[in-house]
Design a protein around this ligand. Structure first.
Ligand SMILES: [Zn+2]
Length: 657
């Protein structure tokens, strides 16, 4: 960015309600989670390292548990390693701004030293037995207590008055029910939580989080989020507000991370999932999915596979999010593998930054995510299975956790909406107006599609393929595996797929000899208004997520061919090539991310793929590749523009105009 455009960007934000820098500039974001012992770091050295890798945003420790600047606010303490008279944060801010690197200050109000607890015990998290939560001598605060609600605002007011920060970020927002070591601490039973919960729900706090409690915590954290947002906008309107939540913020943070005890399978689409979901749920906000370098809390200095760092980076860029990298401590790491992996990607993105700002999704298919505000549990496996199927089918799709695409300022047209575990009543209206809806879940849609008899919580049976012509991909099987919940619908004439209930499984002499067919439909399609709703009343997505059966993928493929007969993209690309279709001004950007290096928990360099034939709906005159520079020959016919990408290594960007 030139000096002039930098100045214009600042003026634009000050003078009008124009979008902030986080929406208009390409973002290459480095987060250094400082330790308090880093409080005497060499600002020029750190900023030199950032400039060398061409980072343009630094997220760095500012205050909360430890302040990295002299502070005059009560109950806020500078790091014991901050030398008297030293203003580390101020030094970093000055150096960074001199190099046109923006600075986002990090705060953590979730814990404080004991002195605060001694003075104001009522501000703190109380376990059910009345004990506070203490971790390495720090006391956990409660999101509903006076520390978050009042003291934090004083601390932030001082910080915002003193420093021309480009944004603020907050860690651990809300009451965590387990500590860093994985110890369960349960729910907060402080006086405020007890009183407030009783007033809202007319009952005592539960032992374990239920739907009401999740809603309670959602509301509590959003109240604090809104207060912080107001304060930032009042004190420093050009600064951005970044947090792990979608409400009241300017940038939606998330993490692509690992944990040794997390159940497999590993989710290699993590960064794509987070960025797609954030950018399309809140199109006016930036998605910052942190590319976490470490393996787990116990090993903050050990790096995840290098290929995983690289893959997340390409996924960030391909979905219109910030390019990111996170480390603990400074950039002087003992394990330098992640840093050495990300640096060339940052430099490459800087060299082509004109393509990585102001992108929006051009997808015409929507996958619904989780309705967070409702507090109800959401079947993540079912969602992920459908996410994978769409990606492997090369269907450009957007993810949203809300219905703002249907009405309101973010209104946007989709040809088709797919629901995994949340099919709200509003989808009926969408279908009436001509939309196609696909619901794949035993949980009934919140509007009438077919007469529900009952839901079986766990059926280990099969699905019979009855209408063979409708499912050409299933030509080699008459049965599909069924495991999990199944909603029995009243039969209404012949169904294309039907239920086969459980039968004997042993000994081998007896296997399925009592197998019986039924007329119970395993799929129904109903015309509604000008559109239609197709309901698969079992967990297709969840089964595919866990088992990856070819038959389930074939069923999905054939359904998409029928419901979306004019897809935006046709290609012979391998299923492990992620394709995203984005719009940037008057050009269309097709991103290809090569996922073929991923296997089990391993990430290796992806296998190069040759001669990928692609047809994109629309009439384009030119197709230009950027990663491996080239001008591709294009032909247009029947509403599609066709071209061939000669080679895909790790990532490619095709610019269509
Ligand atoms: Zn509380």
């Amino acid at each position: 960015m030139t000096k002039l455009s930098w100045a214009i960007a600042i003026l634009a934000v000050h003078g009008t309600a124009a979008p902030g820098w986080w929406m208009t500039e390409p973002i290459r974001w480095v987060q250094t989670n400082l330790r308090q012992t880093d409080a005497n770091l060499d600002a020029a050295h750190l900023v030199g390292q950032l400039a060398d890798m061409r980072a343009n945003v630094l997220l760095i420790g500012m205050g909360g548990i430890a302040a990295y600047y002299p502070t005059a606010v009560r109950f806020h303490y500078p790091s014991p390693d901050l030398p008297p008279g030293r203003d580390m944060f101020g030094d970093v801010l000055r150096e960074a701004h001199a190099h046109r690197i923006r600075v986002v200050g990090r705060f953590d109000f979730s814990k404080t030293p004991k002195a605060v607890f001694d003075a104001h015990p009522e501000w703190f998290f109380r376990q059910a037995n009345g004990q506070p939560v203490i971790y390495n001598g720090l006391y956990s605060t409660c999101i509903n207590g006076g520390y978050y609600r009042d003291q934090a605002m004083k601390i932030l007011a001082e910080a915002l008055d003193k420093y021309a920060v480009d944004g603020l970020f907050f860690n651990m927002f809300g009451n965590q029910s387990r500590d860093y070591s994985g110890r369960e601490v349960g729910l907060c039973h402080c006086d405020v939580c007890q009183r407030k919960y009783r007033a809202l729900y007319h009952k005592d706090l539960p032992d374990k989080p239920d739907d009401d409690y999740r809603r309670f915590m959602f509301t509590s954290s959003r109240e604090v989020a809104a207060a912080i947002g107001d304060l930032i906008r009042r004190k420093r309107p050009e600064a951005g507000y970044f947090n792990y939540i979608q409400e009241s913020t300017d940038g939606i943070m998330s993490e692509s991370n690992t944990a040794v005890a997390r159940p497999l399978p590993l989710w290699p689409y993590s960064a794509s999932d987070h960025v797609n979901r954030a950018r399309n749920s809140q199109p006016g906000k930036m998605a910052v999915d942190l590319n976490m370098q470490f393996v787990d809390y116990w090993w903050r200095f050990a790096t995840v596979p290098r290929g995983e760092i690289a893959l997340r980076a390409w996924q960030d860029l391909a979905n219109g999010g910030a390019l990111t990298f996170e480390v603990n401590g400074t950039l002087d790491q003992q394990d330098r593998q992640a840093l050495e992996t990300i640096r060339p990607i940052f430099r490459w993105a800087a060299g082509h930054e004109q393509y990585y700002a102001g992108e929006t999704s051009a997808a015409r298919v929507l996958l619904l995510g989780a309705p967070a505000a409702s507090g109800r549990a959401f079947n993540e496996d079912a969602y992920r299975g459908l996410f994978r199927l769409l990606s492997e089918e090369h269907v450009p799709f957007a993810v949203s956790d809300n219905l703002e695409w249907q009405s309101g300022p973010a209104k946007r047209a989709f040809d088709m909406v797919i629901a995994s575990d949340w099919a709200p009543a509003e989808l009926r209206q969408y279908a009436e107006n001509g939309g196609k809806v696909l619901v794949a879940s035993a949980r009934a849609p919140e509007f009438e599609v077919a007469a529900v008899v009952r839901t079986e919580p766990d059926l280990k049976g099969y699905i019979r393929v009855r209408d063979r012509a409708a499912f050409p991909s299933l030509k080699d099987t008459s049965l599909l595996m069924l495991d999990g919940p199944f909603t029995v619908l009243a039969p209404e004439g012949p169904a294309a797929l039907t239920l086969i209930p459980p039968s004997m499984i042993g000994p081998p002499e007896f296997v399925h000899i009592d197998m019986k067919d039924t007329d119970t439909p395993a799929i129904v399609t109903r015309p509604i208004g000008k559109g239609s709703v197709t309901w698969i009343p079992w967990n297709l997505g969840g089964l595919y997520y866990r088992l990856s059966l070819t038959a389930h993928a074939g069923l999905f493929h054939d359904l998409m061919a029928r419901l979306d007969p004019q897809p935006q993209l046709r290609t012979d690309a391998h299923p492990l090539v992620e394709t995203t279709l984005m719009r940037q001004g008057n050009r269309t950007l097709l991103h290809l991310v090569n996922l073929s290096g991923h296997s089990e928990t391993g990430y290796f360099p992806p296998l190069a793929m040759k001669d990928i034939h692609i047809e994109v709906a629309g009439d384009f005159k030119t197709a230009q590749t950027v990663r491996r520079p080239g001008n591709l020959a294009v032909t247009t016919a029947a509403g599609y523009t066709a071209f061939t990408v000669p080679e895909l290594a790790d990532y490619e960007l095709v610019v269509l105009q």
